[in-house]
Design a binder for this molecule. Sequence first.
Ligand code: GLN
Length: 492
Amino acid sequence: MARLSELTLHELGDLLAKGACRSEEIVRDVLAAVDERDGRLDAYLSMDAEAALAQARAADEQRRGGRTGPLLGIPIGVKDNINVCGAPCTCGSRILAGYTSPYDATAAARLRAQGAVLLGRLNLDEFAMGSSTENSGFKPTRNPWDTRRVPGGSSGGPAAAVAAGECVAALGSDTGGSIRQPAAFCGCVGLKPSYGRVSRFGLTAYASSLDQIGPLAKDVRDAALLLGAIAGHDPLDSTSVDSPVPAYAAALGADLAGVRLGLPGEYFVEGLDPEVEALVRAAIERCAALGAEIVEVALPHTRYAIAAYYIIATAEASANLARYDGVRYGFRAADAETPLDMYARTRAAGFGREVKRRIILGTYVLSSGYYDAYYLRAQRVRTLIRDDFRRAFEQCDAILTPVSPTAAYALGEKTENPLEMYLSDIFTVPANLAGICGLSVPCGFTAGRLPVGLQILAPAFAEATVLNVGHAYEQACAWRHARPGIGDAPPE
Ligand code: GLN
């Protein structure tokens, strides 16, 4: 039998409900997996094993007292930009080194309220700015399928940890693909909820009009269970929407008969790796064989999405990151003569290169004289992209695309060329600009045994649709059973 740390959240939930294992045993096995593997993967930035075991024992105690629930006693990892009370929250940045969070993000509080064990802090690109986790101010995370390669980003820590059994599932954040792309690179399931579906309270802001918290998990049912736990209105986040949360997991199981799936030609273009394209097209054929009707749709403004995204995201980031000045949080540079000097030295020493680049870009596009030419135009393009999706969804229930143009690339391959790194986000940023939801589901392996992801997009608040399509596809394939061996790929 597989070890406990390799099982899914719902499998472990069944074992716990039957009394076949205890939460403490699960947490101990997950901690053992972290001890065995994290030296090679570097998925965690910090871990409080004693606190996790105490939460596990409390969950076991409550279960003995008659409490039930799918998350009770399950260890969940949390990306280090989502606040957990009493734990560090570095956002992968040296400017927040030494900061301890005084409160729970709403998503974390909701998991805690359901009895989940909040386990450790997972690595990310600094302030979630990046696509490979190489922009972490502390260390890069490695891909469990091939440790010479990146895990994707910015939620590279959560994706690598889920894939390697170093947590059962995790919370990540997605501003332009940061849940879906690392899920694809590491062979797990990742869901970006619609804007407003999950409270952003306690998620450290990167680009507030794009950010969403969502689950990374071993299969679609686990993602559905987690979404059900964290979704819903929160008076502490005025952009969280007050609409009922469906029973996502209970509703899984519908087949694809009569479901209309759209294929946008704009997502199958030059630059898409032929192996990735072949796997995604095979997945689409599989959906057709399962009864779905495939229709061509057009998303004509896709080619402007990267430019619009990197203007809007950097503009918002430049404002959001103004608060790190050495006064209130974390690191403060020593030996400054004046307050202004202290701000400048703190920010110069505390922020990494990519964060500085984005603050400069964002300040530029918002500056007088350039605001209309860049920021305002980008907002107009955003509306056009949203309208593209609205029209496309008149013809179909969901849209199928690749998640990323390539599988996981080598560490260092794109670090010298930020533009190339930005361009690789082409298939994920449109969903954030439009505020719609998107799921990344494994759809096979390249010849080099690297996982590839299929992206399923649906209109805002149609999470049940992406989960149902993803589940029907996933159940027809064996990919979800594959686990990485944690090591370098075998030589060719
Ligand atoms: N790679 C994108 C960026 O660097 C998206 C990151 C994210 O979703 N947080 O902005």
